[in-house]
Design a protein around this ligand. Structure first.
Ligand code: SF4
Length: 305
């Protein structure tokens, strides 16, 4: 049996937000969208990367000394400053720092190894109606890795969900879809121009892939993120909901997801600028009408963040 390798970000245990029951979520590296509100920027980029957690820094200066040949790491009044463009040994600083202020993110592993790690949680899945969710980034950019891991999990009786934004060739991901019990499907705008402005890509294929999933009667939870000033135009959100309703009974639930700012610190730790510095989190009242609209169309719906 083939045992392909994949690029993993992390495994999150005891998740209750990535599908039904208690779940173990495997975050894979790499994404083909660039959502301006992304809360997982470390998963957006491909390959390994190093985060610097300023709150763990004790200002011992060891990393400054280790990077001295380039002068790319400096200790200032407000903490460590890293010139990532000039730093040639950033990866080495993970081992130089005794206080875990540097963290290497991203790891290549075999499907069998990932399955072994995930299966440590299997007792929780079976008592809670949970399972494993593959997420990212875009997990279906690594379809063979997801399919091979899923096959092992299914042999153990686990239920598998895919968290995806839908921008893929369906022929490439067919096996991974066949092995999945549920798809968590993000639709970020109905108008393709709005979608492109928010994510860097149009949504024609995303909408057609949603219809293709409906045709194969794939159970779906559709997630509609609402970001003030980006994709919260009532007319477009109403069309998004109408489109979801048109997918029929395969849609088990619609989650209205309010924009949140929990990812801001990660951008800082990766040396990236946060793209939406002034955007406010919407309230439940701001999205209440959308919830009512969903329910009026007979869609089981929730509001979350
Ligand atoms: S080695 Fe770690 S603790 Fe010391 S200055 Fe650098 S980041 Fe801070």
């Amino acid at each position: 049996m083939q045992d392909p390798s994949g690029m993993m970000m992390e495994v999150q245990h005891y998740s209750t937000k990535d599908g039904p029951g208690i779940r173990t979520t495997a975050f894979l590296v790499g994404c083909n969208l660039r959502c301006l509100w992304c809360a997982n920027p470390e998963s957006m980029l491909s390959g390994e990367k190093v985060m610097h957690h300023g709150n763990l820094c004790r200002r011992c200066g060891a990393c400054v000394a280790a990077a001295a040949p380039t002068g790319s790491v400096t200790l200032r009044a407000d903490g460590i400053r890293i010139d990532r463009g000039a730093c040639t040994n950033l990866d080495d600083l993970v081992d130089v720092c005794n206080y875990d202020a540097y963290e290497r993110k991203g790891e290549t592993m075999l499907a069998s190894e990932l399955a072994r790690r995930l299966l440590r949680d299997e007792a929780f899945w079976f008592t809670s109606g949970g399972g494993v969710t593959f997420s990212g980034g875009e997990c279906l950019l690594q379809p063979d890795f997801v399919a091979a891991t899923s096959r092992i999990l299914k042999d153990h009786g686990a239920r598998v969900a895919l968290d995806t934004a839908g921008l893929w060739d369906i022929e490439r991901v067919d096996e991974a879809l066949d092995l999945a019990d549920l798809v968590l499907y993000d639709i970020k705008a109905f108008d393709s121009g709005i979608h492109r402005a928010c994510t860097g890509a149009g949504n024609e294929r995303i909408l057609s892939n949603a219809q293709a999933l409906a045709q194969r009667e794939m159970p779906m939870i559709v997630r509609l993120v609402v970001v003030p000033g980006m994709n919260d135009q009532p007319d477009d959100l109403r069309k998004r909901i109408d489109f979801v309703a048109s997918l029929g009974g395969c849609v088990r639930q619609v989650d209205i997801l309010k924009y949140h700012r929990l990812g801001v610190g990660k951008y800082r730790d990766l040396g990236m600028d946060y793209p939406l510095p002034d955007t406010k989190e919407p309230t439940d009242e701001d999205v209440a009408w959308a919830l009512d609209y969903c329910r009026g169309l007979g869609l089981k719906s929730t509001v979350g963040g």
